[in-house]
Design a protein around this ligand. Structure first.
Ligand code: ZN
Length: 383
């Protein structure tokens, strides 16, 4: 059953062959067939299809790819947020309060919580999401967090190295790289480390990523969020596909990202929610670094699931153009997950798309906070 969507005021294809960054087509149409894009182009050239919908001039974009989230948790830290807004600084150790609540929750409670958040993301246009563990921090709780995440996405990330829960850090690294990794591996595609003062240092991060690679998991890294550190250069040296946060960067860090091709994933919802300085996306882009945007949805430092909000923040606070920000939240996000089946609306890619109640993608940044997503389609079907 093929479907023709016509009456598209502006179609963002992200076609890498196009002259403009987003491969935009005005007065466009798209044909979806068997869950993938069969054709995209000017409406006047559109082929026939079994079914036809007129979108009345709305804009259509590739579904957002949220390459960084922490959705498996229990508990609520709204009071901690209020305290932070009253002047208490954010520190990595706040994670421990969520760890206690997550360990105490049943599988059913955790599953229903993830389900609610994934639904919330989809209503805001996210069609691919990466989900990390990291609030269990025992062999049992990390494995079950990943098994639950796997029910919602293939892009699951083992983050046993989120924070040292208690005891000796060296012994905890041995646990993460040993029995915990063995238990996590069947449910995970990626491995991640919070490389930051108060969490794990560069040597520990390297040991954990090496152990993960030996077990068949690909590396990602939280780095340079709260201050300068070794994480970004480690990511570049190891050839990781992405390194996330990148708020405090030296010139050497920027050069390492440029030379390695490692994508810098910026998470502006975090700086918004913690009143920290934003990363300088303009500096990275001007240096030739590839930049992605993700939500970092988590209960502590950033409890937003909204990529439209992150796009607006990236434009208004990080020096990105609206086109760069949309590209970063779709095409680049897909690249950070090493996915070439999503992130663009060109023939052969998955028919994951967002319909905006607006004539162009510019409205995502121009009208911040407005619920512009009129529809989200996943695999050629409307939700
Ligand atoms: Zn994170």
């Amino acid at each position: 059953m093929s479907i023709l969507l016509t009456g598209i005021g502006q179609l963002v294809t992200n076609d890498p062959e196009a002259d403009d960054l987003l491969g935009t087509i005005t007065d466009a149409a798209i044909v979806l067939d068997g869950g993938t894009v069969a054709w995209a182009g000017p409406a006047s050239d559109a082929p026939d299809a079994d079914q036809r919908y007129d979108l009345g001039g709305r804009a259509v974009l590739p579904g957002f790819v949220d390459s960084h989230s922490h959705l498996v948790f229990a508990g609520d830290r709204a009071e901690e947020f209020a305290a932070r807004m009253a002047g208490t600084p954010y520190a990595a150790g706040g994670i421990r309060t969520t760890v206690a609540a997550t360990r105490a929750a049943t599988d059913e409670q955790l599953t229903s919580h993830v389900s609610r958040l994934v639904e919330e993301m989809r209503r805001q246009g996210t069609t691919t999401v990466e989900i990390k563990s990291g609030y269990g921090l025992t062999v049992r709780d990390e494995a079950r967090s990943l098994a639950i995440a796997r029910q919602f996405t293939e892009e699951t990330t083992f983050l046993g190295a989120h924070v040292v829960p208690d005891g000796d850090p060296g012994e905890y690294v041995d646990l993460v790289t040993g029995p915990m990794l063995d238990a996590a591996r069947p449910h995970a595609r990626w491995i991640d480390v919070f490389c930051e003062r108060g969490a794990f240092d560069g040597d520990q991060a390297r040991a954990i990523l090496d152990a993960g690679a030996a077990a068949g998991l690909r590396g990602r890294l939280h780095a340079n969020q709260l201050g300068p550190g070794p994480g970004v250069q480690l990511a570049a040296e190891l050839g990781l596909v992405a390194v996330d946060h990148c708020t405090y960067l030296t010139d050497e860090d920027v050069a390492a990202l440029r030379d390695s091709g490692t994508i810098a994933t910026l998470l502006p919802g975090v700086e918004f929610s913690t009143r920290q300085p934003y990363p300088d996306a303009r500096r990275l882009l001007d240096a030739g670094v590839r930049v992605a945007i993700a939500s970092d949805c988590n209960p502590g430092s950033c409890f937003t699931s909204s990529l439209p909000l992150c796009i607006a923040l990236a434009v208004r606070e990080m020096g990105m153009t609206p086109a760069e920000a949309v590209h970063a939240a779709t095409y680049r996000g897909a690249q950070t997950l090493d996915r070439d089946d999503v992130g663009a609306l060109v023939p052969g890619r998955r028919a994951d798309l967002v319909v905006l109640d607006a004539p162009s993608y510019l409205h995502l940044a121009y009208r911040p906070g407005v619920p512009l997503v009129a529809g989200t389609w996943v695999g050629g079907r409307p939700l």
